[in-house]
Design a protein around this ligand. Structure first.
Ligand code: APR
Ligand code: PHB
Length: 389
């Protein structure tokens, strides 16, 4: 079998790239390890930067997002009983859209299938071959039978645990990582959100986040120990701890209910360089991971996809490889800024086990500076809504 671009990974990155290239007449095949339903069962953040929503509309899959997404023009930062708002619109003239990643992925799957996309599920033993040559190919198995796809380029959109990054030799790859000494315990509940904006809350007991998916589906997180497991936390224990970590006016108004999903995610910052090796390009979580504090995971995958989509289109339409040659440097320049924002917001709002009294004073001073300084709020807002591509 032959295609122009073989895409490994049927998550948001791979699907968005496939849909965008399809609309330019560029042929792709998407290889996904799991099933569509398994992929859609993952609970992920749902804050979309304007760059992402523009790409979705360009891909022809923005209708439901625009109809059902919620525009948020600011957020609340809380600390103890104190709180203040940061207005995205006032500082940047733009907003973010709240629309779950599950719905983004569903819309992309629906579009690919409606437009005859070539999606292969339940693939095993994917191998990338001759990426440094002029005729790369990908092998894989489905139901025990071996398959080969010859292609011009391979897009590694297979996430942190995928095969693509590992295909780049360790003598070429440079990896940068920071592991945080805590995780996030997340709960999804069919309850109305406690507030019409997100609440990022610092408390003596640890970080908490009040988020949402729609008017009757809320998403809450509390910072937890890495030694915790979801089974250690009854719904009642989660709700009472969340109430201790947000201002009482919200705690008193919080509508609790049974969790329909409960999970713990460790926090990690990770970047691999370069994001290209011959005819293999890494995108999204295959190349970088951020702690979820800044809601940058999906949005940084989107800018990778934007740069690779532009480069591939330029190559196939104008026989010009300049965009592809610049991909890794351009993508990484924005990736590192997203890593910085995610790292700084994590440090701003989380309690560290080894924090000294002085460290606490610095943390509170940082929050107070953000509360009281217009320039600081503008910097926060510009990063949150998304830096330019
Ligand atoms: N072969 C084929 N598919 C694979 C392989 C493999 N060897 N390894 C992983 N996959 C699939 C996974 O099953 C997953 O569906 O690749 C997909 C990667 O998707 P994500 O991990 O979601 O990564 P990405 O598409 O880059 O999305 C970025 O989405 O998952 C969220 O928050 C996460 O910020 C991240 C964002
Ligand atoms: C979420 O709604 O899951 C969410 C929102 C904002 C974040 C992280 C997660 O920063």
């Amino acid at each position: 079998m032959r295609t122009q671009v073989c895409i490994i990974g049927g998550g948001p990155s791979g699907l968005l790239l496939s849909q965008l290239l399809h609309r330019k007449g560029i042929d792709t095949i998407v290889l996904e390890r799991k099933t569509r339903d398994y992929v859609l069962g993952r609970i992920r953040a749902g804050i979309l930067e304007v760059g992402f929503t523009d790409l979705m509309r360009e891909a022809g899959v923005g209708a439901r997002m625009d109809a059902e997404g919620f525009k948020h023009d600011g957020t609340v930062i809380a600390y103890g009983e104190e709180e203040f708002g940061v207005s995205f619109h006032e500082h940047t003239g733009t907003d973010v859209l709240v629309y779950g990643q599950t719905e983004v992925t569903r819309d992309l799957y629906d579009a690919r299938e409606a437009e005859g996309g070539n999606l292969v599920f339940n693939v095993e033993n994917v191998g990338i071959h001759d990426a440094k040559g002029d005729a790369p190919y990908v092998t894989y198995q489905v139901d025990g039978s071996e398959h080969r796809i010859d292609c011009d380029y391979v897009a590694g959109c297979d996430g942190f645990h995928g095969v693509s990054r590992q295909t780049i030799p360790l003598t070429v790859r440079r990896e940068y990582e920071k592991l945080y000494p805590f995780g996030w315990l997340g709960v999804l509940s069919e309850t109305p959100p406690v507030h019409d904006e997100l609440i990022y809350s610092w408390s003596e007991r640890g970080f908490a986040l009040c988020s949402m998916r729609n008017a009757n589906l809320s998403r809450y997180y509390i910072q937890c120990s890495l030694s915790d497991s979801p089974d250690d936390w009854s719904d009642e224990a989660f709700w009472s701890e969340l109430k201790r970590r947000i201002p009482s006016r919200y705690a008193d108004a919080l509508v609790t209910g049974p969790s329909i999903e409960k999970s713990i995610a460790p926090l990690r910052s990770f970047v691999t360089e370069p994001m290209r090796w011959g005819r293999l390009f890494l995108c999204g979580d295959a190349a970088h991971i951020v702690p979820p504090t800044g809601a940058k995971g999906l949005n940084t995958a989107a800018s990778d996809i934007h740069y690779l989509y532009q480069g591939l289109t330029q190559f196939y339409q104008d026989s010009d490889s300049a965009g592809l040659d610049a991909y890794s440097e351009k993508a990484l320049a924005r990736v590192w800024k997203a890593e910085r924002f995610s790292w700084t917001t994590t440090n701003l709002l989380h309690r560290y086990p080894d924090q000294s009294e002085f460290d606490l004073k610095m943390q509170r001073a940082d929050i107070e500076f953000l509360r009281s300084n217009e320039a600081a709020q503008k910097v926060f807002a510009e990063n949150y809504v998304g830096l330019p591509y």
